[in-house]
Write a protein that binds this ligand. Sequence first.
Ligand code: GDP
Ligand code: MG
Length: 170
Amino acid sequence: GNKIRNAKLVLLGDVGAGKSSLVLRFVKGQFVEFQESTIGAAFFSQTLAVNDETVKFEIWDTAGQERYHSLAPMYYRGAAAAIVVYDISNQASFTRAKKWVQELQAQGNQNTVVALAGNKADLVETRQVQIEEAKTYAQENGLFFMETSAKTATNVNDIFYEIAKRLLQG
Ligand code: GDP
Ligand code: MG
């Protein structure tokens, strides 16, 4: 029937990886070249229909700066889903993403659906993280993985849709 399922979702990842841009693309269908840095965290909500059910995402877009690290557990504890974001043109952001995955697996909820987003997939010319490397890492750690681009909208709705499907199955 027309059930609405609320789902808390958190975005984690390095500063500049494109967390806010992914949310802006998903929630408003927009992209800005000079997205302002997030301070603390920002909240958004968006619904998504999957077959005859509706998932209402309650989205926490975190800052990513080290100085806000101690706040992160407030956002990922009790989260139904997490998207860990890195920038495919920045190897350090992939290293940081792996740290977030480790922290989630150690401190988070075992049932949280975790997605790994290799964002800025449009920046193929300056790619530093190979798809195979990320795919293998994701498989080994029980995450699902997609390359996304907030700029071109590639796979942005898709990653949220895949999360919604998994939440409804689980
Ligand atoms: P956050 O710190 O993780 O929230 O990252 P932002 O969303 O603020 O994005 C950081 C910068 O990267 C901004 O200048 C964005 O315009 C840019 N950006 C975000 N996503 C993409 C993308 O998919 N492709 C490209 N080329 N730039 C992006
Ligand atoms: Mg941000």
